[in-house]
Design a protein around this ligand. Structure first.
Ligand code: NAI
Length: 332
């Protein structure tokens, strides 16, 4: 039986994790969940929101499904999410953004894969005050990180029958840093003659995305543009309740929704488990469980097609009622 680390997180994390575990179980796939508590709830007992045992579990199992974790406010605690990404060198943030059946949005036919570099750029956190009126942040772009993220994007495109990989930069202004990223894309692209190439500036991309998003296929971006553009794309397909994600490295992969722990609806049986469920479907595909991935996806899409929604999408169902409806469609 496959062992997978499960981080149930806090806030709405445990509710949506339980929903997803029930659905996967009902599909007939047996998973040995290695459940690891993390986040605000473990700080008191263990002195940190991310005890070593959590990272050790992911290293052992190679794969994790992760629900959101609140970032504690106050000194001394770094974001659990950032720590996991750094510790495991999860250099690729993958965000598939596709229209879902019956979920009303401004555009149809959106099917964009956002591949965001996860380790450097302005997120390296190298900042200083030059004097009391001037601050400086340093943008780091390296050939190594840029080439590996571009290679990841092209490999993903090849494996998933995508036609184009478009690189997004502001290389007309940041000629050295974004210029290097673009140069790496061009070098890597030569190894993939079967995939279309496209280059676009990030400002133009944003304008095109809100006018005609269906023209885009796979996007590859440095960290900061990737962060902003992936949220824009999440908005195109129905928002946080349905936006899935994954952080992937050479050795380990952590699948998680884009949204946070939603403390405002915690313990109210209101949370939409779809984003975590879609993340788990992507995880199953990643581990080669394509049969079960298809089966669960079909049941989810059928449920949505029947107009069964949680309240965030304008429906009437609670988390458990929605989960039951997906399970009904699985076993029909
Ligand atoms: P949030 O994503 O938790 O919530 C924003 C809004 O969307 C809220 O109104 C919430 O009710 C709603 N929402 C989010 N997910 C939903 C779902 N599945 N179903 C229905 N409604 C949903 O963002 P917020 O409030 O800024 O962050 C709360 C906490 O989560 C913070 O501590 C933040 O640091 C953490 N966070 C953790 C992430 C992670 O673990 N990967 C990612 C983003 C935020």
């Amino acid at each position: 039986m496959k062992q997978i680390t499960l981080i149930k997180g806090d806030g709405i994390g445990p509710e949506i994790s339980d929903a997803v575990v029930r659905i996967i179980d009902a599909s007939g796939l047996k998973i040995d969940w290695d459940i690891q508590a993390a986040g605000t709830d473990v700080i008191e007992a263990e002195g940190t929101p991310l005890p070593d045992r959590v990272l050790e579990s992911i290293k052992r199992n190679k794969i994790a499904l992760k629900a959101p974790v609140t970032t504690p406010v106050g000194k001394g605690f770094r974001s659990v999410n950032v720590q996991i990404r750094k510790n495991l060198d999860l250099y690729a943030n993958l965000r598939p953004c596709r229209n879902l059946p019956n979920v009303k949005t401004k555009f149809n036919n959106v099917d964009i894969i956002v591949v965001r570099e996860n380790t450097e750029d302005l997120y390296a956190g190298i900042e200083r005050m030059i004097n009391s009126d001037t601050a400086e942040s340093i943008k780091i772009i390296t050939r190594n990180a840029s080439e590996r993220i571009c290679k990841f994007a092209f490999d993903y495109a090849l494996k998933n029958n995508r036609k184009e990989v478009c690189v997004v930069t502001k290389a007309n202004i940041m000629k050295l840093s974004d210029g290097l990223f673009l140069d790496c894309y061009r070098n890597i692209a030569q190894d993939y003659p079967q995939i279309n190439k496209r280059e676009i500036l990030v400002d133009n991309l944003c304008m095109q995305l809100v006018q005609n998003p269906s023209q885009f296929d796979v996007l590859v971006l440095p960290n900061l543009y990737g962060d902003i553009v992936s949220d824009l794309c999440a908005g195109l397909i129905g928002g946080l309740g349905v936006a899935q994600g994954a952080n992937i490295g050479t050795d380990y992969a952590v699948f998680e929704p884009v949204h946070g722990s939603a403390p405002d609806i915690k313990d109210q049986n209101k949370a939409n488990p779809t984003a975590l469920l879609l993340s788990s479907i992507e995880m199953l595909r990643y581990t080669g469980e394509n049969f079960f991935a298809e089966k669960i996806e079909t049941a989810l899409f059928k449920t949505l097609s029947e107009g069964k929604f949680t309240t965030d999408l304008g429906g009437l169902l609670s988390t458990t009622e929605f989960t039951d409806a997906v399970i009904q469609n699985l076993i029909k």
